[in-house]
Design a protein around this ligand. Structure first.
Ligand code: ADP
Ligand code: MG
Length: 705
């Protein structure tokens, strides 16, 4: 019997159960015993029958006195009257009710003993448990498994009850005695035996044992994850790298041409990146900085380092608009330095032409043999040194042969594969990924665990403040008046309306009517409309007119969410703000507050619920990206925090990235120590960890290489 023994080979499971379990996604012994309970019930004592409504669920045991189907209008329900077992005049009673769960009618009947778990609700004069979880108690030989102990409640399904699952898992754990079930984590990390932990997680002797067991299994899970991250990192570091930075004349020129001086944080991160690039190891670095912290300039500076060392540098942005904005800015800043900038997007190629056909093979050989640290040929002056683009960068042919540095802007908008593809374009290019998503530390350790992290923790000085106000949508006329006054004073505004996942037709229609409405509200100020379906050339023209100030208000979808930088625009109004996540609103809001003028962000909500307003008020109170991320995390969970494009989060069976930060640190420490001593995990005493790696799904771990 092994961890991956198929259920069919376990005689006590039997063919029928095996089929049910397989349908449920449990295929092997390992799957079965790591199907951890979702909660536990202490059935040594049950709750009293509730007399009042409450938000805390109760767990009661009683006898079914009557059971009947009830109809009220079109609603059909199945109702029980449950009474306390010691029947006497004062015995408690409660109504239990299920809607549309017909199978329950077949398994519950008068006279049965039931354990019921749910929140008591008041319905008229009655206290009712609606749609509760339940279990029929039977007086058979296995009764001791289901009563008078802490009982596990496993996630179950129709036709495969918790009770049945509990039985099968119990049986399996009993037989596991004979199996060699070695510990997969160093005993210094946690001394508990794995078999013991598995038994106690399902059938704990006490709540204390339960928490010890959980700790062991969480560490087991996290250690596996961190070990695979550490291995990948070691692998990356062992790859041949090139020195992509030498002198910094161009960077100095760039900086002295700017009308402002760089922030301390910008200078520090440029230096961190430079020393990575100058080393012979490949760089994998995350540049993390709140909206408006000036990441673009850090990127451009480091790209110039690569150019000066004889390489090309590329920057990939998630949208066409953003790529073009970067392109224009880079072109302006680089022209005096004699550096050529090219643009490559799906729709436009400007000055990109055919990139240097380089003696790729010869160079690669030189790299491998270690004799080359720069290309053997210098590029013809016709070719861009810096290339800005969208995904289209990935699909050009052989044009990034001299790529020495690849920068990905707003990396959370890209998938893992796209990063890998970009890297594959050059020969060992250094990678810099940038994001404004402030992420809690556990998440950084899991998602970007193999990256070095630089943080821009300082905003440029002299920024106008952003005043944020959340209002009910009935205040729209006042808000419009407020906007118009500012526009008349020469400022510019973004008006954002949500359109999530609309079809082409709907989007066009909604956009057109939104636009008309706003044009009316802001008349006579010139407005423009921007959304995802507008053809690229038109988009360019629209953005350009807005940048130049000809257009005063831009009515847009979230296409403007990331990166857009128009300092004179100091107003933003977001309609139906409650439909966005806080982190996304924070990003959007980051479009204003870029110039010297005081900025305003007005959040309008049509939602009637108090909660929606409370959520938005978080943004009124704070402009700290980290605080907002944590609040968002609490409200919506990590997936949403990272955006929908790619969460890259590993599926966890038991650990929680929110609650188990401390355990993640411990696991990471232990894993990195081991890989430092034995980067390829070759030593015999470490072979056991390979077994662990086989049990975790690694393909979901994010990576940059
Ligand atoms: P983000 O980090 O959100 O990408 P950007 O790179 O777009 O931010 O920078 C926001 C704005 O701040 C730009 O207009 C940029 O020119 C300006 N900026 C960058 N660095 C500084 C600085 N050190 N001092 C003043 N303004 C700066
Ligand atoms: Mg940016």
């Amino acid at each position: 019997m092994r961890w991956d023994t198929p259920l069919q080979e376990l005689p006590w499971v039997g063919p029928q159960r095996t089929r049910q379990l397989t349908r449920f996604g449990l295929l092997t012994l390992g799957d079965l015993v790591s199907h951890f309970p979702k909660r536990w019930e202490d059935r040594n004592r049950f709750d009293r029958f509730p007399q009042t409504e409450s938000d805390t669920p109760v767990c009661v045991m009683g006898m079914v006195q009557s059971a009947a189907v009830q109809r009220r209008g079109r609603a059909r329900s199945f109702e029980l009257r449950l009474v306390e077992e010691q029947s006497h005049a004062l015995a408690g009673q409660i109504t239990v009710r299920w809607f549309n769960l017909y199978w329950i009618e077949k398994v519950v009947a008068t006279g049965m003993r039931l354990v019921v778990y749910g929140k008591p609700k008041r319905r008229g004069r009655q206290i009712v448990l609606e749609q509760p979880e339940f279990e029929v108690l039977e007086d058979d030989s296995s009764a001791s498994l289901h009563l008078q102990r802490i009982v596990p409640i496993h996630r179950a399904t129709e036709g495969l009850s918790t009770r049945v699952l509990r039985g099968v898992i119990w049986e399996t754990l009993q037989r596991l005695e004979s199996v060699a079930l070695p510990n997969l984590i160093p005993s210094t990390l946690d001394p508990m035996a794995r078999l013991e932990a598995l038994r106690q997680i399902h059938f704990p002797d006490s709540f204390e044992d339960l928490s010890r067991a959980r700790k062991h299994l969480v560490l087991n899970e996290f250690f596996g994850m961190q070990l695979s991250i550490a291995l990948r990192r070691a692998e990356q570091q062992a790859q041949p790298g090139l020195c992509h930075a030498k002198t910094s004349r161009l960077v100095e020129q760039l900086h002295s041409s700017l009308p402002f001086s760089l922030t301390g944080a910008q200078l520090r991160t440029i230096e961190e990146i430079r020393s990575d690039m100058a080393s012979g190891r490949p760089m994998n670095r995350l540049l993390h900085g709140d909206v408006g912290s000036g990441k673009t300039l850090v990127a451009l500076s480091t790209m110039l380092l690569a150019v000066e060392a004889g390489f090309q540098a590329a920057l990939m942005a998630p949208t066409q608009i953003l790529a073009e904005q970067h392109y224009l800015q880079f072109k302006r800043l680089c022209a005096p330095l004699g550096i050529r900038v090219g643009l490559r997007t799906g729709n436009r190629k400007e000055e990109s032409g055919p990139l240097p056909l380089f003696d790729h093979d010869r160079w690669q050989q030189a790299v491998v043999s270690g004799s080359a640290d720069r290309p053997a040929a210098t590029p013809s002056s016709e070719q861009p040194d810096i290339i800005v683009g969208t995904h289209a960068l990935l699909y050009g042919k052989g044009n990034l042969d001299r790529l020495g540095l690849a920068v990905i802007d707003e990396q959370h908008k890209f998938g893992v594969l796209q990063r890998a593809t970009l890297r594959a374009q050059g020969v060992c290019p250094d990678m810099l990924v940038m994001t404004a998503t402030p992420i809690p530390r556990t998440l950084t350790m899991s998602l970007y665990g193999d990256l070095d992290v630089s943080t821009l923790d300082e905003l440029p000085k002299g920024r106008g403040k952003i005043v944020t106000v959340a209002r009910d949508s009935s205040k729209l006329p006042e808000a419009a008046k407020f906007l118009r006054e500012h526009l008349e004073a020469g400022r510019q505004a973004y008006i954002v309306y949500p359109l999530i996942d609309a079809s082409d037709k709907l989007e066009a229609k909604a956009a057109a009517s939104e636009f008309e409405r706003w044009q009316g509200l802001l008349a006579p100020m010139p407005c423009a409309l921007l959304h995802g379906r507008i053809p690229p050339e038109e988009k360019d023209a629209i953005m350009e007119q807005f940048r130049q100030g000809t257009t005063k208000a831009l009515i847009a979808t979230t296409v403007i969410e990331v990166g857009i930088d128009v300092p004179n625009a100091n107003l933003m109004l977001i309609e139906n703000a409650e439909r966005f996540g806080l982190a996304q609103l924070h990003q959007l809001r980051g479009r204003v507050g870029r110039g010297v003028h005081k900025s305003y962000c007005v959040l309008l909500t049509g939602a009637k619920e108090q909660e929606a307003m409370e959520k938005l008020q978080i943004l009124e109170r704070t402009s700290n990206g980290f605080d907002i991320a944590e609040a968002d995390w609490d409200l919506r969970g990590p997936g949403d925090l990272l955006g929908t494009a790619q969460s890259g989060l590993p599926p966890l069976r038991i650990g929680s990235l929110v609650r188990d930060a401390e355990l993640m640190m411990q696991a990471r420490g232990a894993a990195f120590v081991i890989i430092e001593q034995d980067p390829k995990l070759e030593e015999p005493r470490h072979q056991i960890f390979r077994t662990l790696l086989q049990t975790i799904p690694t393909e979901n771990l994010s990576q940059v290489s």
